[in-house]
Design a protein around this ligand. Structure first.
Ligand SMILES: NC(=O)c1ccc[n+]([C@@H]2O[C@H](COP(=O)([O-])OP(=O)(O)OC[C@H]3O[C@@H](n4cnc5c(N)ncnc54)[C@H](OP(=O)(O)O)[C@@H]3O)[C@@H](O)[C@H]2O)c1
Length: 268
């Protein structure tokens, strides 16, 4: 596949995670720009751009990794250059549909991606959906980029708010549970470092077992929770506190927020 120049606009948590997963020799160049100059540390793999206009003028593919609340200003500032240069835009912004870009820019090749933070260690899970004018080759380029950060799935745009609420935000839910496990270990008197190892190893080991066994989660649970045993005693308390229900409600809240961001943007 022909090499392209990739421009990353917004080099925060996600922009940097994706950038660092890539091999610069797969590209003509990787340009990066962030409003906050401190985020653009010296790194020979990336070329610092002067501003977003500079990136748009020099890149065939643009990875937009700014926050949704900054999009309006970004589009106002760069509408003319984007409409003129027509790069392939890959947006990872939660709650921003491809049609928002298409409407504002009067067309254009847009791909929406929803990655997640484990992309930092090559264990991400990214869903992609193509906008109206994106070509098959565009999707191939973007698949290639995100495959360096973990698993990639292509879906329809209508699924992206639910994807955001479960895989995009998902690591946050896991860290919440890990933190509760960590605090429980501290309460039991384990020293901090060991409590942290406990939380990490319990999650990592369980996830690996689930993947390797291919069993459903209810059967795996049965393997740990023997009748009248210790795990069952804890699970009974989780059930009485409706922990599982609270998680399901939380995920629905995240999906509503993704839909709200999208509506909020259209109404502005
Ligand atoms: N974090 C996640 O786990 C995750 C997962 C999936 C998707 N996402 C999506 O990824 C996007 C980025 O999230 P993040 O967590 O990486 O945010 P972040 O760490 O705040 O990074 C965004 C960066 O973009 C900069 N920025 C804002 N406007 C800009 C502009 N016009 N030109 C250049 N840089 C600009 C910000 O600078 P200032 O701080 O100075 O404003 C900030 O450094 C969001 O839209 C989010 O919905 C995040």
């Amino acid at each position: 596949m022909e090499k392209v120049t990739l421009g990353i606009i917004g080099f925060g948590n996600m922009g940097e995670a994706i950038g660092r997963a890539l091999n610069p020799s797969d590209f003509k160049k990787i340009l990066v720009y962030d409003l906050d100059p401190k985020k653009l540390k010296k790194d020979r793999r990336f070329t610092k751009a002067k501003n977003s206009g500079d990136i748009i003028n020099r890149s065939e593919v643009i990875l937009l990794a700014i926050k949704p609340q900054n999009l309006s200003d970004f589009l106002k500032e760069n509408k003319a250059a984007l409409s003129f240069r027509k790069p392939l835009i890959v947006s990872i912004l939660a709650g921003i549909s491809t049609s928002i870009f298409e409407k504002y820019l009067k067309g254009g090749r847009i791909i929406r991606a929803m990655p997640n933070l484990p992309a930092l260690v090559g264990e991400g899970f990214t869903f992609l959906s193509a906008g109206r004018d994106a070509r098959r080759g565009d999707l191939e380029i973007v698949k290639r980029i995100f495959s360096k950060t973990g698993e990639v799935v292509v879906t329809e745009e209508k699924n992206m708010d639910r994807v955001t609420s479960i895989t995009g935000s998902g690591p946050g839910y896991v860290f919440y549970f890990m933190d509760a496990l960590y605090r429980s270990a501290l309460n039991l008197g384990f020293p901090k470092l060991q409590a942290r190892r406990i939380a990490i190893r319990v999650f990592l080991g369980s996830a690996k077992l689930a993947e390797a066994s291919g069993k459903d989660f209810a059967s795996l649970l049965k393997g740990v929770a023997s009748p009248k045993g210790t795990t069952e005693a804890a699970l009974k308390i989780f059930e009485s506190q409706r922990v599982g229900y609270a998680i399901e409600k939380g995920v629905k809240g995240a999906k509503r927020r993704s839909e709200e961001i999208s509506r909020g943007f259209k109404e502005r």
